[in-house]
Design a protein around this ligand. Sequence first.
Ligand SMILES: [Zn+2]
Length: 61
Amino acid sequence: MPVKPHRCPRCGTEGRKIHDYRIQKIRHFKWFERPTVLFYRKRRYACQTCGKRFAEENPFA
Ligand SMILES: [Zn+2]
């Protein structure tokens, strides 16, 4: 996933300061197929203006 500026949901400031990463397990169950678990490194941003921490947009959701 490329780092891209994200808009703070609280104050609207755009920033690209990365707070941390979280490994998120995403389960996919498909009929007649084996269950698949995707490991997705979720990037979290921290707003430099108000300090709000928020996750990047999830492309799998
Ligand atoms: Zn903010």
